[in-house]
Write a protein that binds this ligand. Structure first.
Ligand code: ACO
Length: 357
């Protein structure tokens, strides 16, 4: 058992947040659009033209949120050159935990991060961004020095595989970044805004299934269980193309930047048409928009760190580059941030991505 000892408060000259490493992990099984056409009434052409998705990875036996999150975390720690026991904090953003009481402690144990406090955070596809900002606040407050932020989801658990409107969209995976206290004038989180609107929650749900159970002794309780994912795709689409540009414009203004000064647009990977619409709104050229939808689909809380790590490792994102990022999804929840990448330059080192089967 680990006992968290609160780190000594960091001095006021170390209240900035540096983003110093990243990692990712994907399950082995690759499922193509054609594979799904054998399952539901759909086609590769429909899925590609409406979403940009060509395939997705799905977790199989022996793979879970814990295993994917742990692999992504290990890769991020190695990238930064850290030992797990240097961590003060682990936040796991997930909506598909292995244990509703918390999956982050399992990851903490698997990593051997004995000094870290670990907890889950749920904000659907905005989860990674919300977790990143939360971890940054601990560092800025001076109570933590080193944090690991993971986005990991296994929505294949909660997809209705007979519903062609949703089952083609989602994949499983994990991504992670590590954050370190640094001088305030080197702070890599240049601006952020987070938003929620529960009045539109019904657009996208993974809701508790109401089923009553009579308990001997004369009282009635509800039984645990959830409905599969249900989505009003058109409403979610309209929400994203309306709100994401607004919140991105706000963070760019907060950071005193124009869109043309940002190196990369890194949006939650939900739909290529959403990425294209937002890029057009900010006159960002397609080659500056990061997208891996073709390979992995929507991996929920994992999309942003997974995409970041891919672009860091292949050399597109270089130390000092600025990224405008936005997460959006169920809740409804959304937000944006301007980030600088301060991690190591690409080394060509292997990632935690296994070959597909
Ligand atoms: N294959 C073939 N036809 C399909 C499929 C499919 N996989 N899915 C839906 N259709 C059909 C519909 O049944 C409908 O047929 P009908 O006209 O005969 O009724 C027709 O295609 C059009 O359906 P729409 O829902 O209007 O299709 P749309 O162009 O809106 O595309 C999509 C659907 C891709 C889901 C789009 O609305 C979208 O991407 N929305 C945003 C989704 C999103 O971003 N989700 C984020 C989730 S993040 C989180 O927090 C988990």
């Amino acid at each position: 058992m680990s006992e968290h000892t609160v780190s000594p408060r960091s001095p006021a000259d170390l209240r900035g947040v540096a983003v110093v490493g990243s990692g990712r992990a994907l399950p082995r099984t690759r499922v193509s659009n054609d594979d799904l056409s054998a399952l539901v009434d759909t086609s590769d052409d429909w899925i590609r033209s409406r979403t940009g998705i060509g395939a997705r990875r799905l977790a199989g036996p022996g793979e879970s949120v814990t295993t994917m999150a742990t692999e992504a975390a290990r890769a991020a720690l190695n990238h930064a050159g850290w030992d797990a026991d240097q961590l003060d904090l682990i936040i796991l953003a997930t909506s598909s935990p292995d244990d509703l009481f918390g999956t982050a402690p399992r990851v903490q144990a698997a990593l051997g991060a004995h000094q870290a406090v670990a907890f889950d955070l749920t904000a659907a596809c905005s989860g990674f961004l919300f977790a990143l900002v939360t971890a940054a606040q601990y560092i800025r407050a001076g109570s933590m020095c080193r944090a690991l932020v993971i986005g990991a989801d296994q929505l294949s658990r909660w997809v209705d595989w007979t519903d062609r409107r949703t089952c083609v969209l989602f994949g499983d995976g994990a991504g992670a970044v590590v954050l370190e206290a640094c001088a305030p004038d080197r702070d890599d989180l240049l601006a952020f805004r987070l938003r929620s609107d529960g009045s539109r929650q019904a657009c996208l749900t993974l809701a508790h299934r109401e089923r009553l159970r009579d308990v001997q002794g004369g009282f009635t309780t509800e039984e645990g269980g959830f409905h599969p994912i249900a989505m009003n795709g058109q409403e979610v689409y309209k929400f994203a193309v309306r709100e994401v540009p607004i919140v991105l414009a706000q963070v760019l203004r907060d950071a005193d930047l124009e869109a043309r000064q940002v190196d990369w647009l890194l949006l939650h990977q939900a739909n290529q048409r959403i990425l294209d619409a937002v890029a057009e709104r900010f006159s960002v050229a397609p080659e500056r928009v990061l997208s891996n939808l073709e390979s992995y689909g929507n991996t929920s809380a994992a999309t942003i760190p997974l995409m970041l790590d891919e672009a860091v490792r292949d050399g597109r994102v270089q130390p000092g580059h600025l990224l405008a990022t936005s997460g959006f999804g169920a809740g409804l929840s959304w937000g944006a941030a301007v980030l600088r990448w301060s991690g190591p330059p690409p080394s060509g080192s292997a990632t935690a991505e296994p070959p597909s089967t």
